[in-house]
Design a protein around this ligand. Sequence first.
Ligand code: SAH
Length: 449
Amino acid sequence: MKKNQIIDLEITDLSYEAMGVAHYEGMTVFVTNALPSEVVSAKILKVKKNFAFAKIEEIKKESPDRVKIKLNQWVQTGLASLAHIKYDKQLEFKRNQVVNLLKKAHLDEIEVGQTLPSPEQTGYRNKAQVPVREYNGQLEIGFFRRHSHDLVPLTNFFTTDPEIDRVLVAVRDVLRKYKIAPYDEVNNTGIIRYLDVRRSKANGEIMVILVSRVKDFPQMMGVAAEISQIPKVSGLVLNYNPKKTNVILGKKDYLVFGNDQITDQIGDLKFRISPQSFFQINSLQTPRLYDLAIKQADLGSDDVVIDAYSGIGTIGLSVAKHVKAVRGIEVVRDAIKDAKDNAELNGIENAKYYLGKAEEIMPRWAKKGMKTDVVFVDPPRKGLTPEFINATVKTGPKKVVYISCSPATMIRDLLLFQKQGYEFKRIDPVDMFPQTPHVEAVTVLTKKK
Ligand code: SAH
């Protein structure tokens, strides 16, 4: 097999990154955008020892699951790399990810629920972080082509709230008008690196964050004055990120005007959100995810509940009124501040929040002899650590409710709990990110009698 060779391939599977999978002369070939059951003429792009990458030249037999999308860029950029597949098949794809991972872990007996569909399939994101770069001699916003940092200019981001798209384009035009230099990541020069825009689904407030390589620039006053005129913008923040890095946000925020928090709602609780705080991006699906988790927690009015990886306190505060006490752990300072604000805002007095790493705080609490009844965990993709799991077990909870954005690390962690006297019977995938391959899942571990 050689680069640029054109061959016919029959697609037999979909990889976890949603690439079509084919086999050819003992090689596995990953074909971008191709779907199972399709026959395509494909051009080989890259050849490795046992596998190769290819792109479609022509679809010779089309899958009945394929949908026509308006812009190919959505799929190419990885903004929405499942957008060419019918929604019910996307849900099936996500469930299959979990089923296959369980099989690999020899846990075939675990039941996997149907993926809970998202109420909105497009325009569901309440936040966008988009790169600002030079393209054909002018400042553009867009998204990076998959596996690269080549900007594909875009103004319709498809999965993002259209109100956010409107603000992104308006801010882009202000930056152009004031001739602000877009960031150049090769030389670490230029000024604006990213636009980060968040919108409250509950009240429509919009926060704009300019991620900037410099703390200040001569046109700042003019730019701010114009952004303040964009309808519904309630605050502008400059995030200072001077380093040569792929990390989007720097550590320091400067409020330029307005509020440095927006207020959104989940169920009947209100939540204030700061620039650096995590907030679930699918506003309408979040309460459904939490309901699924909380329903299985078997909470009682005397229970001591831990909300580990609490973010701004959303899960713990949702259950606080039904239990004795909630203790939250979170590593981002802004989020802890928000969580405390949010307890107060909702008149909740039995929830306390602690700043630090869950894998350090939990062992300290366990060592002091703390007992817990229910532990919620909602870690980032890398999952939990053995130290955290051991400490959790030591505090003796009857239930551990695990919400995960990475089923692979979740299953790794579930096996560790299993070894220490906890059992789980099912996993429920939840679609928080329609049109993308990301899988969210919930499971509950019960202490064996
Ligand atoms: N439960 C919240 C947040 C989940 S996202 C919600 O549903 O909105 C995961 C959170 O874990 C983020 O807020 C992140 O800042 C935090 N986090 C990441 N690593 C952590 C660690 N080692 N210890 C504690 N919190 C951590």
